[in-house]
Design a protein. Structure first.
Length: 415
């Protein structure tokens, strides 16, 4: 102890500040930095699709009062993105590049108020939500999270696969119209318009109830996986801009008369489920045709023939009179015109006379042939003719077989 100085003791209580109040010597009221991320879909196709290119812009602004050193940004790309390249890095002296599925940025120094920005692009290679986030750090600050961005633009819709679709339908039965029983052929064309190869691409056409699958033609590199009334083709790989064309033939069922036939195909791949293509309604059909046909196929009339022995003698004998009732019903959605009912009686029968015909119909019978013409038959309407015939002696011991036919303007062939 030096002379002239009085010895004393002093106790100092040190209060440790809260961690949230410690700012490594810079202003406590400000956050260490503002870390932001933006995403932009650079492919102008109306939505985010597989194969599109996204530009990500990642930035960190030094919001402290000191210079930060060794500022690092790390962006780990999620599944469904493929790194393309760095577009720009600022400020001068900073660098960025890919490393093991990550995009790394480094600035040796970042002064107060300065912004470190890295812009890079990536290609969408899969469907599902693309959640992309980054972290940053500096010598003065431990690792901290930056903004999170899902899809492009941020918080936009999930990406979907993309293809150019075209479906054409044609009636390949040369009979002057579109009829039940005809064969139709559908040509399905799919062009992979994505920037990536689609794998396990499947084209599926579930035929409507009015059609029965007859055959499927597949291109090279694809296999026919059809089952029942579902046409299906599987292609292992479809490269960018490659075209897949599938030919499907089907028969129009006889009960399809008057019914609208709507046929749509779908597709999918490992890269996701594709959107539906514009449906093919009746035939011919072509999505490029501004005036598609509206008429459904014409089907046969429902025809019924009833016979009764009008002679009450306990059985059918030579000399008896048979009463026939012929009825046709229009089961189509369109009016059938000039409907003709013709019954040429066999030699074992002799026409006695026509008892009645439906309103709007005319009896034109002559000789041993019953012939009735009806001007038109609306959808759901029926026409009937009732006539009598005598069993001739030649019928003894023989079966009496009698058939009638009908025609219409919309169904020229006899039925």
């Amino acid at each position: 102890m030096q002379p002239g100085f009085e010895a004393y003791e002093q106790t100092v209580n040190v209060v440790a500040p809260l961690a949230s109040q410690v700012r490594y010597g810079y202003r406590a009221q400000n956050a260490a930095a503002v870390a932001e991320k933006d995403a932009e879909d650079l492919t102008p196709n109306g939505a985010l699709h597989v194969g599109d290119v996204i530009r990500y812009t990642v930035s960190v602004t030094n919001n402290t009062g000191i210079t930060l050193t060794n500022v690092r940004m790390t962006d780990t790309l999620p599944v469904g993105l493929r790194f393309n390249g760095i577009e720009s890095v600022t400020p001068a002296g900073c660098v960025a590049g890919p490393s093991g599925g990550q995009v790394l940025g480094l600035c040796a120094e970042l002064g107060p108020g300065e912004m470190m920005r890295v812009a890079f692009t990536a290609t969408v290679t899969g469907t599902g939500r693309l959640v992309n986030s980054f972290v940053w750090s500096a010598d003065q600050v431990g690792e901290r999270p930056g903004d999170e961005c899902a899809n492009a633009p941020c918080d936009g819709e999930d990406p979907r696969p993309r293809a150019r679709l075209h479906k054409r339908g044609e009636d390949v039965t040369d009979n002057g119209g579109f009829f039940a029983g005809d064969t139709v052929r559908y040509t399905l064309r799919l062009t992979n318009t994505m920037a990536v190869t689609q794998t396990n691409l499947r084209i599926t056409d579930t035929l409507p109830v009015q059609l029965t699958l007859a055959g499927v033609g597949v291109p090279a590199g694809c296999v026919d996986t059809s089952l029942g009334n579902v046409a299906s083709v599987l292609c292992a790989e479809v490269a960018p801009e490659q075209v897949v064309q599938v030919l499907i033939t089907a028969t129009v069922n006889l009960n399809a008369g008057g019914q609208t036939i709507t046929n749509t195909f779908s597709w999918s791949s490992d890269q996701g489920d594709g959107g539906l293509e514009r449906p093919c309604v009746n035939v011919p059909c072509d999505p490029d045709d501004p005036n598609p046909p509206e008429e459904p196929p014409t089907g046969p009339l429902a025809a019924v023939k009833a016979a009764e022995d009008a002679t009450d003698n306990g059985g059918l004998y030579v000399g008896d009179t048979i009463r026939y009732t012929l009825t046709v019903t229009n089961a189509n959605a369109v009016t059938m015109t000039t409907v003709r009912i013709t019954d040429a009686l066999p030699a074992v029968l002799s026409l006695v006379g026509v008892d009645s015909v439906s309103a709007g119909c005319t009896d034109e019978s002559s000789g041993n042939t019953v012939r009735v013409t009806c001007g038109e038959l609306a959808p759901g309407a029926s026409a009937a003719v009732v006539f009598r015939a005598l069993v001739r002696p030649e019928a003894a011991g023989r079966a009496v077989e009698n058939r009638f036919v009908w025609t219409a303007d919309q169904w020229p062939g006899t039925e």
